[in-house]
Design a protein around this ligand. Structure first.
Ligand code: NAD
Length: 473
């Protein structure tokens, strides 16, 4: 497997990208990394392929690719678990979401349409007809993070192809194998091979050349805020869609149904070892219920099985690297040093971190404002609506917030006043049905994902005005 798909061929490049099993550390693949000339070739090859397929064929190919992925499920899941360190249950959820994203994108390909414009209102246009067409933007560069190597990649390439574009995909260097499986399914489903180019390799070289290239018209990026800022700074006039970092709050109001809320919070804080952008990191709890909440959470979180992701029952596997786990550990130590109480977890060995719960997180602790991206959740008490909203909004981020409450007036107040791309009532910050518009504000990004929103954004509007003379009577 070379992994480098360039101008219609699986090619060799001057560099190598080793891919390791994130739990055992074993080498599981070595991919080819393209050189600068090959990256230019990929972009020009993609540019020539734009607009090649009618919408009906695009929809058919996306649907067929979903069927193929489903048929290949066992192999894809095993490879996914190895390259991510996530559990088979997390892998299955992501694959199922990917199938839905392909189907939703196929549907969007079939209803791509413009609008009629009533230009007759303007003097002299009684006999004009004006309408808009949606046309592909051209070459879309898709750059993706390590933590959702199937569904995030699908959220980018499926709408891009549905809209009639060509895609140059640069997957995360830690988890590129799932992208290869997705691209193979598309090719086997009949996608003309130049409509997608796959460039494995480091962000600093392969990714950086892509985002600076003048023939890339649209950059769809998910990853850290730091890299998102860099993309905006160097990408010239290319349109950008940025899904960036977060430190997501979830709020438990005094009337919350804890039997409903707590299992959802535990799942959303610890699945994929907390390496989810909307993961519950800060839990703001009404001061009247903090004792009950922390006691019940300590029991639930202390019982989470962690370790080998392939062992039956494991819910939390390793982090993506020992360095990532070390950084999370330092955030926990800082929080404890600032006065937080460690209720369970806090142990680290290599890339493995035990599911960790802290209580009484002070606002000055780094964990209150930085992103942990780890199985770490910290509670903080809130006494009033104003205090809850102020604390939830107190970071630079603004991706999603969850609010558990029964009182509709309180729910509306949160919906109106939380500075987030999404406010989820009676579920966690991590609730993300794929059809909905999904994206952040502030340092969490700009633009919205979700096939119908992405397809609209990945097209340009072309205005057509036809002037005609009335026939001579
Ligand atoms: P990252 O920013 O380190 O890398 C993301 C991608 O950018 C990778 O493919 C990487 O190779 C590439 N890249 C790095 N430097 C680049 C450069 N100079 N030019 C072009 N590309 C470059 O992020 P990560 O560690 O893979 O993922 C974790 C981050 O992603 C977290 O901050 C998380 O919150 C964020 N994330 C956000 C969402 C969302 O929906 N908002 C979803 C998932 C992950």
């Amino acid at each position: 497997m070379t992994g480098l798909l360039l101008d219609g061929t699986w090619a060799k490049g001057p560099g190598r990208l080793p891919v390791a099993d994130k739990y055992t550390g074993d080498l599981i693949a070595e991919l080819q990394v393209p050189g600068p000339d090959q990256i230019d070739t990929a972009i020009s090859s993609a540019a020539r392929a734009v607009g090649q397929l009618p919408c009906g064929e695009r929809a058919m190919i996306l649907r067929r690719a979903a069927r193929l992925l489903d048929e290949r499920r066992a192999t894809i899941l095993a490879q996914y678990v190895a390259e991510t360190g996530f559990t088979p249950a997390d892998a299955t959820t992501e694959l199922d979401r990917t199938l839905l994203i392909l189907e939703l994108s196929a549907q969007e390909a079939l209803r791509l349409t413009g609008e009629m414009v009533p230009v007759q209102a303007a003097a002299g246009h009684d006999n004009s007809l004006c309408f808009t067409l949606r046309v592909p933007v051209g070459v879309v560069a898709a750059i993706t993070p390590f933590n959702a190597p199937l569904s995030t990649v699908a959220h980018k390439i499926a709408p891009a192809l549905a809209a009639g574009n060509a895609v140059v995909l640069k997957p995360a260097e830690q988890t590129p194998l799932s992208s290869i499986a997705l691209v193979r399914a598309l090719l086997d489903a009949g996608l003309p091979d130049r409509l997608v180019q796959l460039l494995p390799g480091p962000g600093e070289t392969v990714g950086d050349q892509l985002i600076r290239h003048p023939d890339v018209r649209y950059i769809t990026f998910t990853g850290s805020t730091e890299v998102g800022r860099h993309i905006r700074a160097v990408s010239g006039l290319a349109r950008t869609h940025l899904e960036l970092g977060s430190n997501s709050p979830t709020l438990l109001w005094q009337d919350a149904d804890l039997g409903h809320a707590l299992p959802l919070i535990v799942r959303a804080g610890y699945r994929k070892a907390g390496q989810v952008c909307t993961s519950v990191q800060r839990l703001l709890v009404h001061e009247t219920i903090t004792d009950e909440v922390t006691s019940r959470l300590t029991t639930l979180i202390g019982a989470i099985p962690y370790g080998d992701p392939r062992a039956p029952g494991t819910q939390v596997g390793p982090l993506i690297s020992a360095a990532a786990a070390g950084r999370a550990e330092s955030l926990v130590k800082d929080a404890v040093g600032q006065g937080s109480r460690l209720l369970t977890g806090g142990m680290r060995e290599g890339a493995m971190m035990s599911p960790t719960l802290l209580a009484g997180l002070p606002e000055k602790a780094r964990l209150a404002s930085e992103e942990a991206f780890a199985p770490v959740l910290a509670t903080a008490p809130v006494g009033s609506l104003d205090e809850a909203i102020r604390m939830a909004n107190a970071t630079g981020y603004g991706l999603q917030a969850g609010v558990f409450c029964q009182d509709l007036d309180v729910a509306f107040a949160f919906a109106h006043r939380l500075e987030m791309g999404g406010v989820i009532i009676n579920d966690t910050s991590s609730c993300h049905p794929d059809p909905m518009p999904y994206g952040g504000v502030k340092d969490s990004g700009q633009g919205a994902e979700g096939p119908s929103y992405a397809v609209a954004d990945m097209t340009d509007s072309r205005t057509v005005l036809i002037r005609h003379r009335p026939p001579a009577s």
